[in-house]
Design a protein around this ligand. Structure first.
Ligand code: WQD
Length: 343
């Protein structure tokens, strides 16, 4: 099998979109997922989108022996994209041990399975490591700040661990991708962000409110120091985000990187306020949203958007889709869920 890439969390929101992008780029993804935050049906959807039977292992990555056995049986693995982690900010505050144990043990399982072996690893990190940046747009050189949540801290500490490992072991080539706010869905509307419980994130709440599954949207504060008072974020289409992972794998394959650890911002470089997102959704989809202004949400930072110069110049990647495509694809996906009674 050519150019096999292990994709942990490969049936998840970003993982599934990355599987599609990897196949298109000529790679063979090998999916590992324990279905903790995804559905086995996504595997069928992926096979429908790609026309390819996919290799899938239902393994909990905290099960070190199982991960070691899988990796030992695949000497031809060219790289790993590590998505698998718990990622709900609020839940991490309530259950820190669940987050530290799962997110670190799963990462260690992968790293220990590759002890003594060449490993090209792309790690799923987050702009949350910047906290509220002092200057905007925020570049990769900006200081990492004390995380606002255990979830954010698992990303920060994982980056430090990976940097130390790369420094100590020349067989390890590691890239951390700091995502801004992933939104939207594949054009086929066969994969997208899966609704598990009440969405904490803005865009899935918008689409569920629009389709009638939720009540009105609360805009968490309009008294921030921004043009319309609501928070600013750098929303990025999940398909663009998936392509960034392929670019990272290709960069590692070329092997001409200056060093064996690097970090890249994966955003559009453009920020939108909450009210601008709501307006864009209404305009591009011709849907009137019900929303009201409410109190600020604890832990929210005021404004952040990424400096994507390094990603363009070094990674050779930049986002292609704008807010309209993000909102259009998110709405198409919500309607697919409704039509197929996926709840
Ligand atoms: C975006 C904006 C809210 C819901 C988090 C994590 C980040 C990543 C993405 C995992 C904020 C406002 C939201 C609502 C609102 N997670 N909002 N009403 O908090 O920027 O990022 O999710 O990788 O690591 O930190 O995303 O979508 O929750 O919020 O007004 O009902 O929308 O206040 O300003 P966030 P979000």
């Amino acid at each position: 099998m050519k150019k096999q890439i292990l994709v942990t969390g490969g049936l998840g929101y970003i993982g599934s979109h990355t599987v599609v992008a990897l196949l298109r780029a000529g790679y063979t993804p090998v999916i590992v997922d324990n279905l903790n935050n995804s559905r086995i049906g996504i595997l069928n959807q992926l096979e429908e989108i790609t026309g390819t039977m996919l290799e899938f292992y239902n393994i909990n990555l905290c099960n070190k022996p199982a991960v070691a056995e899988l990796v030992a049986g695949k000497p031809e693995l060219q790289g790993v994209i590590h998505f698998a982690a718990h990622k709900a900010v609020g839940e991490s505050v309530a259950e820190p041990l669940k987050y530290y144990a799962n997110n670190f043990e799963s990462l260690f399982s992968v790293l220990q399975a590759f002890e003594g072996r060449q490993l090209n690893l792309v790690f799923s990190s987050s702009c949350t490591v910047y906290g509220q940046p002092d200057t905007l747009p925020v570049s990769e050189a900006a200081p990492v700040k004390k995380a606002e949540s255990p979830y954010g801290n698992t990303k920060q500490v994982a980056e430090e661990i990976l940097q130390d490992i790369a420094k100590a072991d020349e067989l390890k080539n590691i890239i951390s991708l700091r995502y801004f706010n992933p939104v939207g869905a594949h054009e086929s509307a066969l994969i997208g962000e899966l609704p598990i419980g009440v969405p904490q994130n803005l865009v899935p709440f918008i689409t569920q409110s629009a389709i009638g599954k939720r009540g009105s949207i609360t805009v968490f504060g309009n008294d921030y120091d921004t043009p319309d008072g609501s928070c600013i974020r750098d929303y990025i289409h999940v398909v663009d985000l998936a392509e960034a992972h392929v670019a990272a794998i290709q960069m590692q394959e070329q092997g001409d990187a200056d060093n064996n650890y690097d970090v890249f911002n994966i955003g559009t470089g453009r920020g939108y306020t909450v009210l601008e997102v709501i307006k864009a959704f209404e305009e591009v989809n011709g849907v009137k949203l019900n929303y009201q202004i409410g109190a600020r949400r604890e832990g929210d930072i005021e404004k952040v958007w990424g400096d994507t110069t390094k990603s363009k110049q070094v990674l050779g990647w930049e986002a292609k889709f704008g807010i309209n495509e993000m909102m259009e694809s998110a709405w198409k996906w919500e309607k697919y869920l409704e039509q197929n009674e996926i709840h």
